[in-house]
Design a protein around this ligand. Structure first.
Ligand code: KG4
Ligand code: ZN
Length: 342
């Protein structure tokens, strides 16, 4: 069973090949065109996907040493994400499946992030508690088994990665903000500014980051900061980054651990672009040890959007004989619950 996976939900064009559950290749291009605009420009993203999709798919097959005639199924994301971006990968994937006469599998991007922890060993045994924190989503999910998910909580406003990107924009340090804040924070003092921690109602597994973002904005205004200048040197920026990051990470880790305890789950996992964050990885690892839990984090290239996680979902769905109609349309607001058995 050899399956191609295509990811084009946002600004990464990626394709991967999985054979018998083993990843053979994963080729990703991050579209650099958006950085000068300080955020993803949907129209430019879909145009870039159009240009990149053929060479990226070709390269993924070449790297895997697989001919397209050997593919037994094609999988591609059909949501959630940017409509124009999704349409490129989805239409390409469906056309390729039709051309080769093989089944097509539409994949939920959020399910893909969960499967990013099932790409390489060691993999979490089921059930496990998964936190996906990315630019578009922050979601805590009890993964009972493949295709059986209970969504415990989600962000009620900004996603964690979105907050990172917006704060980086306020600090005028560049885009995407997550990796840059991560870098500055390493040399900053996380206790320099006491930003709020938003836990919402007691027992809630939902998240909220917009209040924190506003607190950072007010702090910068009070400090007279407008943009990066010699007056506001690296130390000022590093301290704000470290303090902001500390607030996000504390809430993410605390809720993940509380959810694992509440549902008596011993395996915990993090996924999505924000799981690349150094401090999140460190604190999650420490908290896991303290609480006798086993933590799983994907390799860096599988944290951010990638075709490997999509191919892996496609492969597992094919094993269950679970493929899609070619009439499947893009769903920008697709919920994970739609891909769950129960
Ligand atoms: O999963 P992803 O590649 O795309 C979405 O599905 O959104 O996540 C991208 C997000 C961006 O907001 C980016 O700033 C954030 O992940 N990110 C990070 C780090 N690396 C990427 N956030 C914090 N620390 C990082 N090291
Ligand atoms: Zn994503």
């Amino acid at each position: 069973m050899t399956v191609l996976g295509i990811e084009t939900s946002c600004d990464e064009t990626s394709a991967a090949v999985v054979r018998h559950g083993k990843l053979l290749s994963n080729v990703t291009t991050v579209q650099l065109i958006h950085s000068k605009y300080g955020g993803v420009v949907p129209e430019l993203a879909s145009r870039a996907h159009q240009q990149l999709i053929v060479p990226i798919v070709d390269e993924s097959l070449l790297k895997a040493n697989v001919k397209k005639e050997e593919l037994k199924a094609i999988s591609a994301v059909y949501g959630p994400g940017l409509i124009g971006s999704i349409l490129v990968g989805l239409s390409f994937g469906k056309a390729m499946a039709l051309g080769l006469g093989v089944p097509f599998v539409g994949v939920n991007h959020m399910e893909g992030h969960i499967f990013s922890n099932l790409i390489e060993d060691p993999k979490p045994a089921f059930p496990f508690m998964n936190l996906t924190a990315s630019g578009g989503h922050t979601q805590l999910v009890l993964v009972k088994e493949p295709f059986d998910y209970v969504i415990l909580g989600e962000t009620i406003d900004d996603a964690a990665g979105e907050a990172f990107d917006k704060v980086a924009k306020m600090l005028d340090i560049g885009y995407p903000g997550g990796p840059l804040i991560d870098k500055y924070a390493v040399v900053g003092n996380p206790r320099a500014v006491d930003f709020p921690r938003s836990y919402l109602d007691e027992g809630s597994f939902d998240f909220s980051f917009s209040g924190l973002k506003t607190s950072v904005l007010y702090y910068l205004k009070r400090s007279g900061f407008q943009k990066r200048t010699a007056e506001f040197d690296g130390n000022f920026i590093a301290d704000v980054c470290a303090s902001f990051q500390a607030s996000v990470v504390e809430v993410l880790v605390r809720k993940l651990i509380l959810a694992a305890e509440k549902f008596s789950v011993r395996n915990i996992a993090i996924a999505g672009g924000v799981s690349a964050n150094t401090e999140l990885r460190r604190q999650a690892a420490e908290a896991a040890v303290r609480n006798g839990l086993k933590l799983f984090i994907p390799k860096f290239e599988y944290c951010t959007d990638n075709g490997a996680m999509i191919a892996m979902v496609g492969y597992h769905r094919m094993l269950e004989g679970n493929h899609s109609d070619l009439e499947l349309t893009a769903e920008p607001g697709l919920s994970l619950s739609r891909s769950s058995r129960n």
